[in-house]
Design a protein around this ligand. Structure first.
Ligand code: ZN
Ligand code: FE
Ligand code: FE
Ligand code: ZN
Length: 272
């Protein structure tokens, strides 16, 4: 059956458990219900395995089982009103990758979003560390970033690439043409069966566009790489934010369906 694209579901949502968001699991789910969503995926930040002072960046390791229980409990309790899916936003950072696999392995997630937030010890998406952009070879940074994203895909751990071109968050764009990088990355995504999300949070930062760029989305649609939707909400009011624009972007780019994940298996919903 066909569905209205903007109501299929929001699959990238944080909660107060990560330390820099507001809203309980219930409040995020209620927000999705009030917007008329069919599904809602909670995907809070997994415990951070790198960096020195990580308080306020992610939930503590002790919180992970609590998080999973809370989302699974909500899944049951809300079952007749909305489908709640258990996701997690997991970092890809090579030095801690083995540990990442280990810490996530006990849980039955519906899906794992893989995100690159850190390169060479630099949390490049943190407003606290933004001054580093001032003396940076921006082109080299973008290329290194996309190398890491391709590595992420090739680990086979993740179902969805999170905010695929996060390197542009603070509005600094490279001069190098990334088309070849995009093609290589899409080849890897096809090979590994990995999807990506339209993440509307980019509209709320200096980048002032969704992640990833329209150029990437067009190539991805032509390559047949599946796409899903996420607001990256860090408060209830952000659930489903700008999904009309996200759906317009994927339609214009050639998609007629959106993907979602249940028990690590991809399901595609046809757009009405
Ligand atoms: Zn966050
Ligand atoms: Fe992220
Ligand atoms: Fe996020
Ligand atoms: Zn995120």
């Amino acid at each position: 059956m066909k569905e209205q694209g903007h109501l299929v579901g929001d699959f990238h949502i944080h909660t107060e458990m990560c330390g820099h968001a507001t809203g309980t699991v219930d409040e995020m789910v209620e927000a999705a219900i009030s917007m008329g969503f069919r599904r809602v995926g909670i995907s809070d930040h997994m415990p951070m395995l790198y960096g020195e002072n990580t308080e306020g960046y992610a939930m503590s390791p002790e919180m992970l089982p609590v998080y999973v229980d809370k989302v699974l409990e909500a899944k049951e309790r809300y079952a007749d009103r909305i489908e709640v899916l258990l996701g997690i936003e997991a970092d890809y950072y090579l030095p801690t990758q083995e540990q990442c696999v280990e810490i996530l392995s006990p849980y039955d997630f519906d899906y794992i979003i893989g995100s690159v937030h850190c390169l060479d010890g630099w949390l490049f998406d943190s407003p606290d560390e933004v001054s580093k952009y001032d003396d940076l070879d921006l082109d080299a940074f973008f290329l290194e970033y996309f190398d890491a994203v391709e590595e992420l895909v090739r680990t086979g751990l993740y179902d969805i690439v999170g905010h695929l071109d996060l390197a542009k968050k603070f509005g600094r764009f490279p001069s190098v043409d990334l088309t070849d990088r995009y093609r290589a990355l899409l080849g890897a995504m096809k090979e590994y069966g990995v999807a990506y999300e339209i993440n509307t949070a980019g509209l709320r930062w200096p980048a002032d566009e969704m992640y990833p760029s329209p150029a990437f989305v067009r190539l991805a649609a032509a390559a047949g790489v599946p796409v899903t939707l996420g607001s990256d909400a860090h408060k209830p009011e952000q659930v489903g934010l700008d999904f009309d624009r996200a759906v317009a972007l994927i339609r214009q780019s050639g998609y007629d369906r959106v993907a979602l994940f249940r028990e690590r298996r991809m399901v595609e919903v046809e757009l009405a």
